[in-house]
Ligand binder design. Structure first.
Ligand SMILES: *[C@@H]1O[C@H](CO)[C@@H](O)[C@H](O)[C@H]1NC(C)=O
Ligand SMILES: *[C@@H]1O[C@H](CO)[C@@H](O)[C@H](O)[C@H]1NC(C)=O
Ligand SMILES: *[C@@H]1O[C@H](CO)[C@@H](O)[C@H](O)[C@H]1NC(C)=O
Length: 349
């Protein structure tokens, strides 16, 4: 029985891994087009002060196997005194090792096998929800710091956030000629979002993009979605703080009002003003939501109210995973000196 469970979760891990490689390919290829040369990767201008040893941060794997330039973090991250590398020969000198969950989840053998230096931090990194992070059992008592989209992580790496702006931002809503869009690649008939859509479509016409549906080339994403008044930012699984690029990029960057399905409204309100989105739970039925969207469609003033918050705030969504790594340098300088996470499995669920 136990063996069977292990085999299953191993297969899951492989499945997720393959799926994510595809996703990651789109994620990174748009930005770097695979043109990262070794020269780019190892360029650095450390050390800063000779008396302070440089802190080596080892990326145990490239996330989902995709390379990007290292040691080019923008100054706001305070990357001084750190050197990022993927060269495993530097393991025994590394101050921190970042373990990207999905690249190491197939077995304990994927973790570093060499003698572990006593002051080294192992950092567990994932941007996926617990539903898509199988096999965390062998991480018990091995990890020192967590790095995830969840706000209570040691290193908080959200998919997006709001920043104040100085009032010079263009806050006029792009012209809207269409009503509701949804981009979905992983069509799981048992998921809450697909079931909800099944009801919603009886009352509201939704343009569905993605696998075997309407085509949407990556470079046309924002241009296409900007034509819509509303965007269905439906998460693939429901977990605290799991609010992804579906909201930050697809909806907000396109000036489409997000209709969210995910954690509770209260959870969304920790990150967004209450009038920046519509929550499916605001309505007892999918028909109720459809009626409301039809009403907003006919009432420009009410539609505009969903954009008032933009007069002082703007959404920011980093296009690449690599900016998350930039946070590690400052975090390990400030980290508690000895700390172990007893169980990733118990913490991340
Ligand atoms: C990795 O680091 C070792 C030790 O500093 C060095 O000899 C080797 O050339 C490095 N490998 C690469 C690919 O840079
Ligand atoms: C502001 O945005 C609107 C809608 O996207 C656009 O039509 C307009 O040209 C923009 N104005 C400026 C000054 O960029
Ligand atoms: C990290 O956790 C390991 C395993 O429990 C522990 O041996 C080590 O002292 C911890 N390191 C730090 C810097 O907290």
């Amino acid at each position: 029985m136990e063996l069977k469970i292990q085999t299953l979760s191993f297969k899951h891990c492989l499945f997720f891994f393959t799926f994510q490689v595809v996703v990651a390919f789109f994620f990174f290829s748009a930005t770097f087009q695979g043109k990262v040369k070794p020269d780019d990767i190892f360029v650095t201008d450390v050390p800063s002060k000779p008396e302070e040893p440089v802190k080596i941060i080892l990326l145990w794997t490239w996330p989902f196997g995709t390379a990007f330039p290292l040691n080019q973090c923008p100054s706001q991250f305070d990357g001084t005194g750190c050197f990022f590398t993927v060269n495993r020969s530097l393991y025994s000198e590394a101050a921190a090792v970042v373990l990207h969950s999905r690249d190491v989840c197939s077995s304990k053998n994927q973790l570093p096998q060499m003698q572990r230096p006593p002051n080294q931090y192992w950092i567990w990194f994932t941007m996926e929800s617990p539903s898509h992070n199988p096999n965390t059992g062998f991480m018990e008592k091995l990890i020192n710091l967590t790095m995830t989209y969840r706000a209570d992580s040691d290193i908080f790496t959200p998919y997006g956030w709001l920043e104040r702006h100085d009032g010079t931002e263009n806050v006029s809503i792009p012209e809207k000629t269409k009503l509701v869009a949804w981009v979905v690649s992983n069509w799981n008939p048992n998921s809450r979002r697909v079931k909800y859509y099944g009801e919603l479509k009886n009352h509201l016409a939704v343009d569905v993009f993605g696998n075997q549906r309407l085509p949407l080339p990556r470079e046309k994403h924002i241009e296409t979605l900007s034509k819509y008044k509303f965007y269905l930012a439906f998460e693939n699984s429901i977990h605290e703080d799991y609010i992804t690029e579906k909201l930050w990029h697809n909806a907000l960057a396109s000036w489409a009002v997000p209709v969210v399905l995910g954690p509770t409204r209260a959870n969304y309100e920790r990150f967004l003003p209450p009038d920046a989105f519509i929550h499916v739970d605001d309505f007892p039925t999918a028909k109720g939501l459809a009626d409301y969207l039809h009403a907003l469609d006919k009432d420009d003033n009410r539609h505009k109210q969903y954009f008032y918050w933009r007069r002082s705030l703007k959404p920011v969504a980093p296009a690449r995973l690599n900016s998350h790594y930039c946070k590690v340098c400052k975090a390990i300088k400030e980290a508690p000196s000895y700390r172990t996470v007893p169980s990733i499995t118990n913490w991340f669920k």
